[in-house]
Design a protein around this ligand. Structure first.
Ligand SMILES: [Zn+2]
Ligand SMILES: [Zn+2]
Length: 139
C-alpha cells in the first residue's frame, strides 16, 4: 500500500527523526538551528526531516505569532487554528441522525445556514434514513 502524504508512521523512524518532529510539534518558536543543537544534528538535516514530514521549517516569532482560536497556543504557519483536531473543532460540528443516531459531520457554516432557514430540526445521514424517518412518522 502506498504511504500517504503526512501519514508516515514516524514510530518506524530513528530517534533523531522522531526527536526533531517532536520538538517542532511542541514548540513552534524553535528555529531549525535550535532544534539541530538540541538533537545534535545539522540545520540541513533538520530541514530535510521537517520537509519530509510537511512540518513548518520557519519558526514563529513571538511578534508574529497567531494564537489558535481553539487551544490558544501559537499555530504553525500562522493559521487561525492548528491543523488537525483544532481545525476540526473550529470548522465542523456533529449532529445525530434522527433515524439511526449515527453522528453526522457538518460544516458549522452550513449548519448556520440551515438554522437561518429553519431547516435545523431533523438530520438524516442518508437517503435511506430519511425515508425510514418519514415511514416511522418521526419526521
Ligand atoms: Zn490549536
Ligand atoms: Zn442514519
Amino acid at each position: 500500500m502506498p504511504i500517504l502524504e503526512g501519514t508516515i508512521d514516524i514510530t518506524q523512524k530513528g530517534e533523531t527523526y522522531r526527536e526533531v518532529c517532536k520538538l517542532r510539534r511542541n514548540n513552534v518558536f524553535l528555529t531549525m538551528e535550535a532544534i539541530g543543537k538540541e538533537v545534535g544534528v545539522s540545520r540541513q538535516r533538520v530541514r530535510a526531516i521537517l520537509l519530509k514530514e510537511k512540518l513548518p521549517t520557519k519558526s514563529v516569532t513571538k511578534r508574529t505569532a497567531v494564537y489558535c482560536k481553539v487551544c490558544e497556543s501559537p499555530t504553525p504557519n500562522g493559521q487561525v487554528v492548528c491543523p488537525g483536531k483544532c481545525r476540526e473543532d473550529h470548522y465542523y460540528t456533529y449532529v445525530e441522525c434522527r433515524a439511526c443516531n449515527r453522528k453526522i459531520r457538518y460544516l458549522k457554516s452550513y449548519m448556520k445556514t440551515r438554522i437561518k432557514f429553519g431547516m435545523n430540526r431533523y438530520f438524516y445521514c442518508s437517503r435511506e434514513c430519511f425515508y425510514m424517518g418519514r415511514r416511522d412518522g418521526i419526521s
